[in-house]
Design a protein around this ligand. Structure first.
Ligand code: AMP
Length: 469
C-alpha cells in the first residue's frame, strides 16, 4: 500500500485506481518483472486492448513497458522520454484503464484527470490519442488552449469531463474565472516539462499545482532532466519510479544525419535541389524565425513545390489546416519554427531539413525526431553556413556523434578562413551579422538564465508562451 508521508494523506480506497484493489497481480508482476513486454501481460481493460489491436500495436514501446504497469499499480512516474517514444500511450493507457474499470461520473467543472502540455499542437495530439485508445470506452474529455474563443471550452467543461487536456495559460485563465476546479483531480500528467520551463510556464505551473489535491497520482515526462526539472519533479512526485528511455540514442536511431555546408545565399537553391530529389516525399523544413518561415514558403512555392508554413503567428485554424494538408499529402513541404513544430506527430516524414541551424542543440534532437518515427527510416539534413559552425559543434557535442559531411570540399571548419572564424568567430560574427548576433544572444541567454537573471531568454520564453497559448 502506498502511503503518502508528511503533508500527504494516505490514499483511501475510493481515491486509488480500482485495479490496485481488485487485483494485486500488477504490483506482484511489477516486483518480479519490472518490464511487461506484451500488452496481454498488462491485463488492460478488454475494450482498451481491443483499441490497441485495431491500431496494430503489437508490443509496448520501452517507455510503455515500464510506465503502464507502474502507473496501474498506483505509482508516481518520472519519465525521461520525448515525443516519438510512445509516451502518450504510456500515460493515456493507465488512465483509460482506470476509467474503463471504474466509470466514475464526470462532474461539471471538476475533471478527474488533468494532462498539461506546453503547446496547443501537442495538446490536440494528446486529445486525439485519448480518443483513439479510448474509442470503445465511455469517457468524456475536453481540450483547453489559448488562441481561440473560450466559450466552447467552458461549455464542454460545464457538461462534465473525465480527462481535461490543457496548456497552462488558458487553464489558469479559466480557473481564475471559476470555470475549472481542480479539487477532484486524481491523475495529473505533466508532459514535456522541460519545454514548459523553457517557455516560461513555471509560475503558471506552480499556481496550477498548488490547486491540485495532495492525494493524487502524478506522471511526469520530460525529454531532459536538468536540475530545475528534477527540483520540480521532486516537489510534485511521491516516491516515483524513474524511467529513462534515453532520448538521444532512441530518437536518433534510424535517422541518417548529414550536414551540408552552404553559403547563406545558396540555401534556397540547395533546398530546391534537395526537394526535387528521389524519395524526398514529405519534408519538414525548420527555420529560426516566423518571418523566415513565411518567406521561405513563398520561395519554395514559386519554385513549384507545394508548401505550407506553421508558426506561432498563424491562427490556430491556419496551423491545423497546414498540418492537415501535410498529413494528407496535399503539401509536400511543411516549413516550421521550433515551437510550432513541437510534438508534431506525422507518420512518413522522409526528411527533416535544418534550413537554419537550431540555436539550442537540444532543439536539433527534437527537430530531427520528426522523421524516423516508429522504426521508419528518415534523413536529417542540416544546412550550415560559416557563421553556424558553433551551432554544429554544439550539436555534435550533445549527440556525441560527428555528422557526415555531404560536401567535405566546402567544410568551412577546415578552411583557413574558418579557422580564423573559429578563433575569433564568436565576437566577429557577433559584430558583423545580425543573424549571428541573435544566435550568440541565444547562448548568452542560456548562460545567464542559468544564473537566474531576467534576460532576453525570458523575453524569448514570453514569445514562445504567446505562441503556445
Ligand atoms: P508518441 O511518442 O506518443 O508521440 O508516439 C509516437 C508514435 O508511435 C505515434 O504515432 C503512436 O501512434 C505510435 N505508437 C505508440 N505506441 C506504439 C506501439 N506500442 N506500437 C506501435 N506504434 C506505437
Amino acid at each position: 500500500m502506498r502511503l503518502r508521508e508528511g503533508p500527504f494523506l494516505p490514499l483511501t480506497h475510493r481515491q486509488r485506481p480500482v485495479r490496485y484493489w481488485i487485483s494485486n497481480k500488477t504490483p506482484c508482476n511489477l516486483k518480479k518483472n519490472k518490464y511487461l513486454n506484451t500488452f496481454d501481460s498488462m491485463e488492460l481493460f478488454p475494450k482498451l486492448q481491443r483499441a490497441l489491436n485495431e491500431q496494430g500495436y503489437e508490443q509496448p514501446t520501452p517507455i510503455q513497458a515500464q510506465t503502464i504497469p507502474a502507473a496501474i499499480a498506483g505509482r508516481d512516474v518520472l519519465g525521461c522520454a520525448q515525443t516519438g517514444t510512445g509516451k502518450t500511450a504510456a500515460f493515456a493507457l493507465p488512465i483509460l484503464d482506470y476509467l474503463g474499470n471504474e466509470r466514475p461520473p464526470a462532474r461539471p467543472n471538476r475533471p478527474t484527470t488533468l494532462v498539461l502540455a506546453p503547446t496547443r499542437e501537442l495538446a490536440i495530439q494528446i486529445s486525439e490519442s485519448f480518443r483513439v485508445y479510448g474509442k470503445h470506452i465511455r469517457f468524456r474529455e475536453a481540450l483547453v488552449y489559448g488562441g481561440v474563443r473560450q466559450e466552447g471550452q467552458v461549455r464542454a467543461i460545464r457538461r462534465g469531463v473525465d480527462v481535461l487536456i490543457a496548456t497552462p495559460g488558458r487553464l489558469l485563465d479559466l480557473m481564475q474565472q471559476g470555470h475549472i476546479d481542480l479539487g477532484s483531480v486524481e491523475f495529473f500528467v505533466l508532459d514535456e516539462a522541460d519545454r514548459m520551463l523553457d517557455m516560461g510556464f513555471l509560475p503558471a505551473l506552480e499556481k496550477i499545482i498548488s490547486e491540485l489535491p495532495s492525494h493524487r497520482q502524478s506522471l511526469f515526462f520530460s525529454a531532459t532532466l536538468p536540475p530545475k526539472i528534477r527540483k520540480l519533479a521532486s516537489e510534485l512526485l511521491f516516491n516515483p519510479i524513474s524511467i529513462d528511455v534515453t532520448p538521444k540514442s532512441s530518437s536518433l536511431e534510424g535517422i541518417e544525419q548529414v550536414v551540408k555546408f552552404v553559403q547563406r545565399d545558396k540555401k534556397v537553391t540547395s533546398l530546391q535541389k534537395l526537394l526535387g530529389g528521389e524519395s524526398v516525399d514529405r519534408v519538414i523544413v525548420f527555420t529560426r524565425t516566423k518571418h523566415g518561415a513565411n518567406g521561405l514558403t513563398r520561395k519554395i512555392e514559386k519554385a513549384g513545390f507545394r508548401a505550407a508554413a506553421i508558426h506561432g503567428n498563424k491562427t490556430q485554424n491556419a496551423r491545423q489546416k497546414a498540418l492537415e494538408a501535410f498529413r494528407r499529402k496535399k503539401v509536400q513541404v511543411l516549413v516550421a519554427t521550433d515551437v510550432a513544430a513541437r510534438g508534431i506527430d506525422i507518420a512518413g516524414v522522409t526528411h527533416v531539413v535544418n534550413y537554419d541551424m537550431p540555436v539550442d542543440p537540444e532543439s536539433y534532437v527534437h527537430r530531427i525526431g520528426r522523421t524516423g518515427r516508429a522504426g521508419a527510416e528518415g534523413t536529417a539534413v542540416s544546412f550550415c553556413t560559416p557563421d553556424e559552425c558553433d551551432e554544429l559543434r554544439a550539436i555534435e557535442k550533445l549527440t556525441g556523434k560527428r555528422l557526415t559531411v555531404e560536401n567535405p570540399e566546402s567544410d568551412f571548419r577546415s578552411s583557413s578562413s574558418s579557422s580564423k572564424t573559429r578563433k575569433t568567430g564568436y565576437r566577429k560574427s557577433f559584430r558583423g551579422n545580425p543573424r549571428a548576433r541573435n544566435s550568440n544572444r541565444g547562448r548568452q541567454d542560456r548562460r545567464s538564465s542559468g544564473r537566474g537573471k531576467k534576460t532576453g531568454a525570458s523575453n524569448r520564453a514570453g514569445r514562445q508562451k504567446a505562441a503556445a497559448n
